[in-house]
Design a binder for this molecule. Structure first.
Ligand SMILES: Cc1ncc(COP(=O)(O)O)c(C=O)c1O
Length: 371
């Protein structure tokens, strides 16, 4: 097969799986032998190790990232009649969680360089019904947390960090998920810390929030068959926790592997019409996605497809313009920075261990498309 037709997948999860398969299957067998499958010793150990990595007092494992947002909002008693300010440039779940608890998402615009919430746009939208800010650390880079925390303090608001795409990213010496009132994580398999199924985590320094989420995730029960409120079933299983514990031990190497790919891309694109991701001074990016920006995005994407190279369009439409939110009254032009980004962004393949030849093919194809 000639070099030009070697397909380049957007993501290859198989290599990482092979590395930990034996250890994981052993842990699965041990869970079976113990007869412990949900919220057992693997989950408790994972919660402790996770809290230590992120630098928080409490970590509560739940069934997925969406639930980690919903349960954070519920633990803060946010619901009907309340507003939560968030970004329109994110996966739908960030806003969906706000609707699920009965509150209303209010969309603010984003910053053009790193696609995270623009604190000035947030400030303009704070009103009497605002209860919280929900910044999303998109693609592996933290939102401007210093400014967001300052705004929250000024107005007495909670901050729910959506860390689904940025496990391990840093703001100075703090890890994302340790800065706001709560941090919310997804272990969907494509994430920086991805499992072999669904999973999620809430982090917090508040003992009250910890206690409430532990209760909510298990049908509002304080002990077997004694329920003090309506909760839900959002429990993590032992098999997921076992895989995630193994992966957590190797996470720094995995992040370094992502950074190596990102740095190679950025070197090749420097001085061209392609704008690579930026990192705020003092912060550390984990490149859950490597998202470029170019006015000729559709041309580049077509060329990648023609050469059998995977890419992803995150995101093709701001959430404020999605049909589901028509009733909120946003119009094209309401959030111009976000809307411009949706016409220019394209995410390129990035994962630990991505072969050099694949990285080179991606770079060459992107640059050829712009000639
Ligand atoms: C920014 C963001 N928030 C929330 C979620 C929801 O996570 P999950 O799929 O685990 O429910 C995702 C998942 O892709 C995400 O990217």
């Amino acid at each position: 097969m000639s070099e030009s037709v070697i397909p380049v997948p957007f993501l290859d999860l198989t290599a990482q799986f092979k590395d930990l398969e034996g250890e994981w299957l052993e842990a699965v067998r041990a869970s079976g032998a113990r007869g412990s499958f949900i919220l057992g010793p693997q989950v408790s150990a994972f919660e402790r190790e996770f809290a230590e990595y992120v630098g928080v007092k409490h970590a509560i494992a739940v069934a997925n990232g969406t639930d980690s947002l919903v349960l954070s909002l519920r633990a803060l008693n946010i619901g009907r009649g309340d507003e939560v300010i968030t970004t329109p440039f994110t996966f739908f779940a960030s806003a969906e969680a706000i609707d699920v608890v009965g509150a209303t998402p209010v969309f603010a615009d984003i910053l053009p360089d790193d696609f995270t919430l623009d604190p000035e746009s947030v400030r303009e939208r704070i009103g009497p019904k605002t209860r919280a800010i929900l910044p999303v650390h998109i693609f592996g880079h933290a939102a401007d947390m210093d400014s967001i925390m300052e705004l929250a303090r000024e107005h007495g608001l909670a901050v729910i960090e959506d860390c689904a795409q940025c496990f391990g990213a840093r703001v100075g010496d703090r890890v994302t998920g340790s800065i706001g009132t709560t941090g919310s994580f997804s272990f969907y398999p494509t994430k920086v810390l991805g499992g072999y199924g669904d999973g999620g985590m809430v982090t917090t320094n508040s003992a009250q929030i910890d206690e409430r989420i532990r209760r909510l995730r298990n049908h509002g029960a304080i002990k077997p068959f004694i329920h003090v409120e309506v909760g839900c079933n959002s429990r993590l299983d032992e098999i997921q926790a076992a895989a995630l514990r193994i992966k957590l031990r190797g996470i720094d190497a995995a992040i370094t592997g992502r950074r190596r790919v990102a740095e190679t891309y950025s070197r090749r694109f420097a001085g061209t019409a392609v704008r690579g991701p930026t990192t705020r001074t003092g912060d550390a990016h984990v490149y859950n996605l490597y998202t470029i920006r170019t006015a000729r995005r559709d041309q580049v994407r077509q060329r990648l497809t023609d050469r059998q190279i995977g890419s992803s369009l995150c995101y093709p439409q701001g959430l404020h313009l999605q049909d589901v939110y028509r009733h909120l009254g946003y119009q094209p032009g309401s959030l111009p920075v976000c809307e411009q980004a949706t016409t220019e962004v394209l995410s390129l393949p990035v994962y630990p261990g991505m072969p050099d030849a694949h990285i080179a093919r991606v770079c060459q194809t992107v640059l050829d498309a712009l000639d």
